[in-house]
Design a binder for this molecule. Structure first.
Ligand code: 13P
Length: 358
């Protein structure tokens, strides 16, 4: 089972005061978040965020990198420099960099390689424009963007990559992809990876990005191939960002309710079969089921139903165990989050825990 990851992309929105309020706001609500959470800050603020998140489970990422290790590249920043500030992740191939700064799939592939070579985890963004979707080219575009990277660095490198599917038409527009649209592309991406390596395909996290917010995060993240979100606008306000992070907790509650219902159903079925034996059909009322299935038919129907419920119960048990272990690791780091929050308490102003976007 894959971890849920929620990443904030602040883009070019920050100031020292706003970063302090936003990060402290996020930290104050992280105690009961079971997702892995990171924020991708503009370069000048990496150092400040590194200090603020020290000792907490919140992670830091950058938004871009140069493919070279060092040298005469005025204005550029290398993977090693990013790592120097405690960042573990870096966004590559964001559609804004592809469209505004001419980054081709080949350049994105080289940046992905540079990140991996230095030990950073790239968040590899791929996605189609509205024109490309409307002309039926979504899969061709995704395929080209992804296979260019696979060709350069090989499928094995995807053990250390997070993919973010960001339909360009959904970014900053308020036009979120429906869960069905997003799930269809996520499944396509996973199948594409699976054509090279099934195991890596199953383990690679694929996040959705594009107008994800507190209101739509749960239904998107609940889709089987959507493993979290890359959030732009809604990552600039601590409260909104935290609500998205907690969507995974809601998933836990839904699974818990289903689990309890399955348990009650199983107990009921076992009691019916135990009490009535082969005449269990009578349990459906005045022998109605018996006449449909016959006594043997009803028996085998109940037997099959019990088996199906037992399998579902097993699956929800495993899911709950997974969530519980995740909760525990978050709780372990919660201690340090709390102490850090207390340390910087006087600096924390809840009303300003946001960065205004332009
Ligand atoms: P919005 O959430 O503002 O649409 O931005 C998404 C994005 O580009 C994240 O990288």
């Amino acid at each position: 089972m894959r971890n849920t990851i929620v990443a904030g992309n602040w883009k070019m929105n920050a100031s020292k005061d706003a970063v302090k309020s936003l990060v402290n706001g996020i930290l104050s609500g992280m105690g009961d978040v079971s997702a892995e959470v990171l924020v991708c800050a503009p370069f000048p603020y990496l150092s400040q965020v590194e200090t603020l998140i020290s000792g907490s489970s919140l992670m830091l990422g950058a938004q871009n990198l140069n493919v070279n290790v060092s040298g005469a590249f005025t204005g550029e920043v290398s993977a090693e420099m990013i790592k120097d500030f405690g960042a573990k992740h870096v966004i590559v191939g964001h559609s804004e960099r592809r469209s505004l700064y001419g980054e081709t799939s080949e350049i994105v592939a080289k940046k992905t390689k540079a990140a991996i070579d230095s030990g950073l985890t790239p968040l590899l963004c791929i996605g189609e424009s509205l024109d490309q979707r409307e002309s039926g080219n979504t899969e061709a575009v995704i395929s080209e963007q992804l296979t260019t990277v696979v060709r350069l660095i090989g499928i094995e490198a995807f053990k250390n990559i997070i993919i973010a599917y960001e339909p360009v038409w959904a970014i900053g527009t308020g036009m979120t992809a429906t869960p069905e649209q997003a799930q269809a592309v996520h499944m396509f991406i996973r199948n594409l990876l699976a054509s090279s390596n099934q195991d890596i395909a199953e383990k690679t996290p694929i996040l959705y990005g594009g107008s994800m917010n507190a209101g739509n995060a749960l239904e998107l993240i609940s889709c089987p191939d959507i493993d979290g979100g890359l959030i732009g606008g809604a990552a600039l306000k601590a409260e909104d960002f935290l609500q998205i992070c907690k969507a995974v907790n809601m998933t836990f509650q839904i699974i818990l309710v289903v689990h309890v219902l399955l348990a009650l159903g199983l107990v009921g079925l076992i009691l019916i079969q135990h009490g009535k034996g082969a005449d269990a059909g009578a349990a459906f009322g005045s022998g109605a089921a018996g006449s449909v299935f016959g006594a043997r038919g009803a028996h085998s129907f109940l037997y099959k139903l019990t088996a199906i419920l037992a399998i579902c119960f097993f699956v929800t048990s495993i899911s709950l165990a997974y969530f519980a272990s995740n909760e525990r690791s978050v709780a372990d780091s919660g201690q340090s989050i709390m102490s850090q929050t207390v340390m910087s308490d006087d600096a924390f102003d809840e009303d300003t825990s946001e960065i205004p976007s332009n």
